[in-house]
Design a protein around this ligand. Structure first.
Ligand code: ADP
Length: 847
């Protein structure tokens, strides 16, 4: 923004241009009286994003200035939409009262400054956040083959950092799904030395000690961004922790997406594993559950500790219901605290802390002090002083402190007096009105109040002239005249000052309460964390009981023995539709560490693959699992290539993507890994694909990774005979009435064929095309492996490019074709004969 432009501008425009220069690429909203206004290009964008009117104001450089405005009370709702649209928004407030500006001359304009920049990763306002989802800000600092990664949840104060391999950054970001990611290449602040200073200034000396340089640099970039956007507000963060010291199950981005852990393929939460699991009573519990599902643990002791808590709630249903009822009344402590600590708190945030602490105390009283829940109970031990301090608040305080009435009567005599004065003055007004009526003899005289004149006397115009000189004329309307009167003025002043006194006293109390909360922030945070843990455990226990899940047995070996496993999401969907889900076993052991699974499309192969991955994830997240029995050796890395290619673009690129992902599996999978592969090799020519699938299968079997491999290549089943450690399985399906019936049952052995033609027929591919395909197929199948398809097909009579027009529908012929005479009993044959006669007659009458 050149100063040349600003020179010809009015003072107001010059101010807007200066603020805009500061806001950079953020949309600028400037408080002007009752509106937040936006100008120039910003106005066009804001108006179109919010669907509000674009107007113009004054002119600049000979052109009218485009402008649009948002009324102050609806700011948050509109901000939510701008931020959802991915925009950053800078808010400039008036830094002085308009009256103060006037003292500098009648042309002086009110001082305005940007007080806050909203960005998707730095939000705290309740209305701008999804209560049950994390809102993370991440920062990445690449450093050669390594990278520093830091992330924060500003709405709760969590701060984490660590150092990871550069090629793991994408996978970590997929896990965290940050609302906003900062890259060091484009932003200032990524400096490990500055970061060290910032950290010790914030958290005390030594806070930086645990972190490697790249992690510090990332932390630096993160903190600098938070400070830039908060504009001096003290965003409260807890001391940073290492996220990379926790052993976790590694899940790459593609596997994560294909398993639909926290988000479904479509991008939304519904349809995901998390959505089916989340029956938490509180939003904080739901966020913790989301974290747990996104990052399953790989440390047995930690997993067992979580499972113990769930089991404690499974074992005692009464305890669980009581606790869940108490939790339902608990507001979002951590987010309320974050707003208060940043100086953006309002009276309802104090009430949330008060109610949250009350819920914490109630949960504390109900939890056993011994056993797996003891640590939670201890963290929830009430803090009497803070509770007593917050008792000063009324039950449901107003959103704005300026509305008054947030502090209870009886807390402070001065406040009570000021309020009494207000009440008395109102009674005095009524008395004065009666007295003035009597004195003037005008029965229709009224004392009124409005924003312009304040309190005034109003009489019908015809009486206006007759008033004594003490009445000072202010305004004449159509039928009425308005006056000042000395006694009324005095009363009005005392009402105003009593009101202002009351507000000032309340403000002091509110400030005291906020300070008290901030002084106990560590305690409040600990309570919030314990409540969330308790909620998650109780919710998982609820699931375990209502859906008949069992506690998994975890081992440090390579066990994988599931009896009666189910897919939690598919099962829930089928149950909702009144259909059963067929449980399946999966037993991978030294004899058969790799299962090669064949069967028709829609037979249930990918469901089976995914369900076993989900069982491992649930178990390591510390949940019971949908199975009759489960014994799982802790999985270090999970690879899942299931169904992903279906959603990708067709052709070469699909195959390329598939091979890139397969390469990652072949280089990354260890003997502790779990690998799920669906139809690898499909994207290329048949023999190429088969050859690759064969080699990959061999490699995985030799490495001993627990692997489920679903394939269409029947030829591949031959590998089982040649390589030890491979077992054949099939999903069961039976041809039936011209279609296929899927039993969704996983059995020993290979499928007899691919049933592709049956599936095609069931899908409505015309009969002549199916018949033709059958002829081609038998030729191909007769050919030897290794002979080209062209050779195999040589001599096959030519087939016209287009299928012949479909013959007229002939139910009789269809029925005849579907008969397999050998399988009919005499009785069935007779029934069939009657049916055929009926069909023939119907056909005849229809012509
Ligand atoms: P494939 O991968 O073999 O093509 P899917 O796993 O996609 O088959 O399953 C097809 C459909 O069959 C699923 O949408 C699901 O509704 C149903 N299904 C799969 N497995 C089961 C099961 N074990 N019990 C009941 N229905 C199932």
């Amino acid at each position: 923004m050149g100063s040349a432009i600003a020179q010809g501008a009015t003072p107001m425009m010059a101010q807007v241009l200066r603020l805009k220069a500061e806001a950079g690429d953020a949309l600028l909203l400037v408080r002007m009286g009752d509106f937040y206004e936006s100008f120039f290009e910003d106005a066009r964008e804001v108006a179109s994003l919010l669907n509000i009117a674009l107007t113009a104001r004054g002119e600049h450089g000979g052109e009218p200035v485009p402008m649009c405005g948002i009324p102050v009370p609806s700011l948050e709702a509109h901000l939510a939409r701008l931020v959802k649209a991915g925009r950053r928004v800078a808010i400039a407030e008036q830094m002085e009262a308009p009256a103060a500006a006037k003292t500098r001359g009648h042309k002086a304009i009110v001082q305005r400054e940007i007080v806050r920049v909203l960005t998707p990763g730095t939000l705290m306002e309740e209305r701008l956040l999804d209560p049950r989802a994390r809102s993370l800000l991440a920062a990445v600092f690449p450093s050669g083959a390594r990278a520093g990664l830091a992330f924060a949840d500003v709405s709760t104060g969590t701060l984490m950092a660590g150092e990871i391999a550069a090629d793991a950054v994408a996978d970590e970001l997929a896990r965290l799904a940050p609302a906003e990611t900062l890259m060091s290449a484009t932003l200032p602040g990524f400096d490990s030395l500055e970061a060290e200073q910032m950290l010790s200034a914030r958290f005390g000396a030594g806070a930086a000690a645990d972190f490697p340089r790249p992690a510090l640099a990332a932390l630096g970039g993160l903190l600098a961004h938070i400070e830039r956007t908060a504009r001096g507000a003290a965003v409260r963060l807890q001391p940073p922790q290492r996220f990379d010291s926790l052993p976790m199950m590694a899940i790459d981005a593609a596997s994560r997406a294909s398993l639909e852990l926290t988000r479904a393929m479509g991008g939304g939460r519904s349809g995901s594993l998390l959505a089916t699991l989340d029956c938490c009573a509180t939003a904080a519990g739901a966020r913790l559950l989301s974290d747990a599902i996104a990052a399953p643990l790989a440390d047995r002791a930690q997993i067992e500790a979580r499972l113990d808590r769930v089991e404690a709630f499974v074992a005692d249903r009464k305890l669980r219901t009581d606790i869940r009822t108490l939790l339902k009344a608990a507001p979002d402590l951590e987010r309320a605290l974050a707003r208060l600590a940043a100086g953006r708190g309002r009276p309802p945030d104090l009430a949330q802390v008060r109610d949250g602490l009350a819920a914490a105390a109630a949960v504390h009283a109900r939890l056993p002090a011994e056993g797996p829940l003891a640590a939670i109970a201890a963290a929830l031990a009430p803090h009497k002083d803070l509770a007593a301090t917050l008792a000063a608040l009324v039950d449901r305080p107003p959103v704005e402190a300026a509305a008054g009435g947030a502090i209870r009567d009886g807390i402070d005599p001065a406040l009570d007096d000021a309020r009494q004065l207000q009440t008395d003055s109102r009674a005095a007004l009524a008395a004065l009105e009666a007295r003035l009526k009597a004195e003037t003899g005008i029965p229709s005289l009224k004392i009124r109040h409005n924003g312009v004149l304040g309190y005034h006397v109003e009489v019908p115009s015809r009486h206006g002239q007759a008033l004594p000189p003490a009445f000072l004329h202010r305004q004449t309307l159509g039928g009425a005249m308005r006056f000042d009167e000395p006694r009324l003025r005095a009363l009005a002043d005392s009402i105003a000052s009593a009101g202002a006194d009351a507000l000032a006293i309340e403000a002091a109390h509110l400030a005291r309460l906020m300070e008290a909360v901030c002084a106990e922030a560590a305690h409040v945070t600990a309570c919030a964390a314990a409540l969330a843990q308790c909620d998650m455990a109780a919710a998982l226990a609820e699931l375990a009981e209502t859906r008949q899940w069992v506690r998994p047995v975890l081992t440090d070996g390579t066990d994988f023995a599931i009896a009666g496993g189910r897919h939690p999401v598919v099962e829930a969907a089928r149950q909702a539709a009144g259909e059963p889900f067929v449980p399946n076993d999966c037993r991978l052991d030294a004899e058969a560490r790799l299962w090669l699974i064949t069967g028709p499309n829609m037979g249930g192969k990918s469901t089976f693959l995914r369900q076993n991955a989900l069982l491992a994830i649930l178990a390591q997240a510390g949940s019971f699992v949908p199975a009759r029995q489960a014994r799982i050796g802790i999985v270090d890395r999970l690879f899942s290539r299931v169904g992903a290619s279906d959603s990708l673009a067709e052709g070469r690129s699909t195959f390329m993507v598939e091979m890139v992902e397969t390469a990652a599996i072949l280089t990354g999978a260890t003997d502790r890994s779990l690998v799920l592969l669906d139809e690898v090799g499909r994207g290329t020519a048949t023999w190429d694909g088969l050859a690759l699938a064969w080699a990959i299968t061999e490699t995985l079997a030799q490495r001993g990774c627990r692997t489920l491999f679903a394939t269409h290549y029947h030829e591949l089943t031959a590998v089982a005979a040649q390589v030890p450690g491979i077992a054949l399985r099939r999903v069961e399906a039976r041809p039936w009435e011209g279609g296929l019936v899927f039993l969704h049952d996983v059995r020993e052995g290979a499928a007899p064929g691919s049933f592709g033609l049956d599936v095609a027929r069931a899908a409505g591919v015309p009969e002549p095309v199916i018949a033709r395909a059958r002829a081609i197929l038998s030729r191909l199948e007769a050919g030897e492996v290794g002979r080209g398809a062209a050779e195999a097909l040589a001599g096959l009579p030519l087939f016209s490019a287009l299928p012949p027009p479909a013959p007229p529908v002939d139910p009789l012929r269809d029925r005849l074709r579907a008969i397999s005479p050998d399988s009919l009993s005499p009785r069935e044959a007779l029934d069939l004969l009657y049916e055929l006669v009926r069909l023939a007659r119907e056909g005849a009458s229809g012509r």
